[in-house]
Write a protein that binds this ligand. Sequence first.
Ligand SMILES: Cc1cc2nc3c(=O)[nH]c(=O)nc-3n(C[C@H](O)[C@H](O)[C@H](O)COP(=O)(O)OP(=O)(O)OC[C@H]3O[C@@H](n4cnc5c(N)ncnc54)[C@H](O)[C@@H]3O)c2cc1C
Ligand code: FES
Ligand code: FES
Length: 475
Amino acid sequence: MKSVSYIEFILNGSAVHLDFEKEGIKPGTTVLHYLRSCGLKAPKEVCGEGDCGACSVVLGSAGEDGKMHYKTLNSCMLFLPFLQGKELITTEYLDRGQLHPVQESLIEHHAIQCGYCTSGFAMSLFSLYKEVPQIDRNALDLALSGNLCRCTGYHSIYKAGIALNDYTDKDVFAKEEGQTLEKLRLLDNRALRVEVDSQLYLKPRDLADALKLRKAYPEASIVAGGSDLTLLQNKQDVEFRQVLDLSALEELKYYRDTETDFSWGAMLSVEDVFQRIPFPEWKYLLARFASKQIRNIATFAGNIANASPIGDTIPLLFAFDAKLRIASVSGERVIRVQDFITGYRQTNLQDDELIVGIVLPKYDAHTHIRSYKISRRTHVDISTLSAAFRMRIVEGRIEEAVLAYGGMAAMVKRADKVEDFLLGKPFSKETMLEAIPLVKETFTPLSDARASAHYRNEVAANLLLQYWEEINDCL
Ligand SMILES: Cc1cc2nc3c(=O)[nH]c(=O)nc-3n(C[C@H](O)[C@H](O)[C@H](O)COP(=O)(O)OP(=O)(O)OC[C@H]3O[C@@H](n4cnc5c(N)ncnc54)[C@H](O)[C@@H]3O)c2cc1C
Ligand code: FES
Ligand code: FES
């Protein structure tokens, strides 16, 4: 593998060649710290854990359609090598002698109060303005879900967002698009291998190299989106001695829709899956997964490999009986997500393996799948509990039942006894009422800051009724 010790990217219009070894900068430094050390102080460090959006920046990249595309990200959750080959935009670059429409609109609608959050809102509105032709309330909800205004200036901020529809002239970024694409094309995008300050950072360009490195460095921390790992660095002072960064593996960013299944690569972001997947139950769940900034970088593979009992994608993956493609230098194997997770944050991933893909089977019209996330807030909140149910109902009878619950045990767990009880029974409210005590017998959840065990048990059981109400309406 031909690798270099530097990255190249565009920062606010200018090409940057950042040689980690020469400049003595650890590659695991966050983009936020780097920017602030460069004197770019619009992005603020407030929570340092992806919750507030004050550090938001925009990453531009060349899309398959030959155009520039923009994503808002939390710079506090981003390792520097993620910038390689991209255009990094901070709020400072919006005003180019003339205010950008986003800035004009925020001023016009009195949507600027403090200096902490405004820059982040401007960045989220900027990518929305660039990517969404007609901005409505729903688009704003999704785009701003990761930006916190502590003085509750949302009404004005939303008005400023809607008013962006009135700016129909090309902005300066559209006028410069051709030049930007050319600048990006000239950047050196080679694989990265850097050792600074006892941190070895490896960023291969293709899967074959990634698998060799995985075998050679089994102790290395695998980074996909890094939304879980950067948190450990920021909040628990964890120092990553060896990092294997998979973010440049373009071959793992595919999405396929065949007659029998949907499948996607391990490096496709949660947001990209959210945009493409046609199932309403996935749309419902992913709209509530973290925030736009986190979804833009987080992956399903990271969520699954974490094996958290409250990993939001896992119950629905169980309900779909999703499978994982897992690769090593010796070949590939396929395993059900359900068999992959073996305990609290435990999986059966071997130390030379990587998750490379996710496969979701398609079901016939008799099969009804729903997912539920119970949390105190709609966005950027951890599940108190979650559930996903799949039933096949033919002529009013339950032919198949899968009930998967998150947050009710040390790992996501199926309610097997309840499933057995439901088989062959009529799909009726009475059946669901009879099943409720069995759900309560199945789990002994914990009481914690989010909810009591009693609350969790009651809600988990009652979700069966909710499912019945929803499905009964469409049978
Ligand atoms: C503000 C905030 C909000 C969040 N909200 C939610 C939420 O609503 N719901 C939820 O479920 N989670 C949430 N999370 C947690 C996190 O975003 C998810 O778990 C996410 O899916 C992790 O994906 P990642 O690609 O960022 O993982 P990373 O941080 O890159 O990696 C996570 C783990 O997976 C392993 N891994 C990653 N890719 C692979 C691979 N290809 N092969 C083998 N191992 C791999 C890594 O080694 C690591 O142990 C939130 C996090 C933050 C910071
Ligand atoms: S500082 Fe709050 S999200 Fe980055
Ligand atoms: S404007 Fe910054 S907290 Fe509301």
